[in-house]
Design a protein around this ligand. Structure first.
Ligand code: SF4
Length: 347
C-alpha cells in the first residue's frame, strides 16, 4: 500500500482475526500521557522546579540519559509512556469495569519501536506485581503475523476500536512524529494556564524535519522556551547545553529516532531505492497530521473517555492513584532506580 496510508481500521480487523478479544487505541493512552505530562509541566513551571522538564515517553531516549547523563535525570518527566499507562489502566480500571481478573488479562502492545520491548520488562512498569504490558510486538512483526495467517490485508474491512478505551483525540495521534508530543502538551498546557478553551492549537514552530527546533511560546503573558530534538546525537547537544548551564529552556521533547516514532526501528523497512524516490518521513508525518485535522476532538483534556476515567477512577491528573499507575517513582537522584537499571544493562 502507498507509504503513509492510514491502515488503523484494517489493523483492528486483523488483530481480531488473529485472536485478540479486545483491541484498544494506544492513542487514548497518549491522551493520558498528555494529561499527566501537561499538568506536571504546569506545576513545575509555576514553581520553577527542575526546569527544563524533558519528555519521557521514548524508552530509547530514557536509556540514553540514564547511561550517559544520569545527573540530569531529575529533569525528565515521571510520566510513563502511553502504552505503559494504558496497560496499567487496562489491568485496573478496565478489569474492574468488565469484571475480569487482571491475572487473566494478557496485554500486547503493537509498537513502531523495538526499545518498548525492553521498556515493558523494566521493574518499575508494574502494579501490584503485575506487568502493565505483557508483551510488545513491532508493526513489522505484526505484518509478518498477518502474512503467516494468510490474511489478505488490503482486502480487510475497517473495524473500530473496542470501548471503553477506544476513543482518541488528534493530539494523541500526532505523538508519532517529532514535535507531536510537544504540540499536544502545549494544547493542554495553554488551556490550563489561561483557564480558557483556546482555538489556536497548531504550533508550526515544532513541526517539520529540522533535527533541533527551538521556539518561544507566550502563554498567559509568560514566555516558555521550548526545544524539540530527534536523534540521540541531537539529544546530546541539548544535554551538553543544560550541563554547562547554557540552556534557557523550560520544556524539551526528545525522541531517539530521527523523525520520531514514525521512523522507529520496528517500522516496515523501505529499500534504499524507495527512500531515494520518496520522503518516507514526510509521507508518514503528513498522514498523522491529516488524522489530527480530521479529528472532531483535538485536545487530550477534551477526550470524553479521559473525562469519564478521571471522574470514575483516577480523580485528577497527579492524584495518588494517577501517580501510582501512570508515573514512575521519583527518586531523590532521578526518576528511576538507576543502579538496578545499570546492572540490567551490563548483564
Ligand atoms: Fe521508540 Fe524511536 Fe519512538 Fe523512541 S522515537 S519511542 S525509540 S520508536
Amino acid at each position: 500500500m502507498p507509504i503513509g496510508t492510514n491502515v488503523t481500521g484494517k489493523m483492528v480487523t486483523a488483530l481480531k482475526r488473529l485472536g485478540f478479544d479486545k483491541v484498544f487505541d494506544t492513542n487514548t493512552g497518549a491522551d493520558f500521557t498528555i494529561m499527566e505530562e501537561a499538568h506536571e509541566f504546569v506545576e513545575r513551571f509555576t514553581k520553577n522546579d527542575e526546569l527544563p522538564m524533558i519528555t519521557s515517553c521514548c524508552p530509547g531516549w530514557i536509556k540514553f540519559i540514564e547511561m550517559n547523563y544520569k545527573e540530569l535525570l531529575p529533569h525528565t518527566s515521571t510520566c510513563k509512556s502511553p502504552h505503559q499507562m494504558f496497560g496499567a489502566l487496562i489491568k485496573t480500571y478496565f478489569a474492574k469495569k468488565a469484571n475480569i481478573d487482571p491475572n487473566k488479562i494478557y496485554v500486547v502492545s503493537v509498537m513502531p519501536c523495538i526499545a518498548k520491548k525492553f521498556e515493558s520488562k523494566r521493574k518499575e512498569m508494574k502494579n501490584n506485581g503485575l506487568k502493565d504490558v505483557d508483551n510488545v510486538i513491532t508493526t513489522r512483526e505484526l505484518a509478518r503475523m498477518i502474512k503467516q495467517a494468510n490474511l489478505d490485508f488490503t482486502k480487510l474491512e475497517d473495524s473500530t476500536f473496542d470501548n471503553p478505551m477506544g476513543e482518541a483525540t488528534g493530539a494523541g495521534a500526532i505523538f508519532g512524529t517529532t514535535g507531536g508530543v510537544m504540540e499536544a502538551a502545549l494544547r493542554t498546557a495553554q488551556d490550563i494556564l489561561t483557564g480558557e478553551d483556546l482555538e489556536e492549537i497548531k504550533f508550526e514552530q515544532v513541526r517539520g524535519e529540522k533535527s533541533i527546533k527551538e521556539a518561544t511560546i507566550n502563554i498567559a503573558g509568560k514566555d516558555i522556551n521550548i526545544a524539540v530534538a530527534s536523534g540521540l546525537s541531537n539529544a546530546r547537544k541539548i544535554l551538553e547545553q543544560i550541563k554547562q548551564g547554557k540552556a534557557n529552556y523550560q520544556f524539551i521533547e526528545i525522541m531517539a529516532c530521527p523523525g520520531g516514532c514514525i521512523m522507529g526501528g520496528g517500522q516496515p523497512i523501505k529499500s534504499s531505492k524507495i527512500r531515494s524516490e520518496v520522503d518516507v518521513r514526510k509521507l508518514r508525518a503528513d498522514s498523522i497530521y491529516t488524522i489530527d485535522e480530521k479529528s472532531t476532538i483535538r485536545k487530550s483534556h477534551e477526550n470524553p473517555i479521559l473525562k469519564q476515567i478521571y471522574a470514575e477512577y483516577l480523580e485528577e491528573p497527579g492524584s495518588y492513584r494517577a501517580e501510582k499507575l501512570l508515573h514512575v517513582p521519583r527518586m531523590p537522584w532521578g526518576r528511576y532506580l538507576v543502579a538496578e537499571m545499570c546492572h540490567g544493562h551490563v548483564s
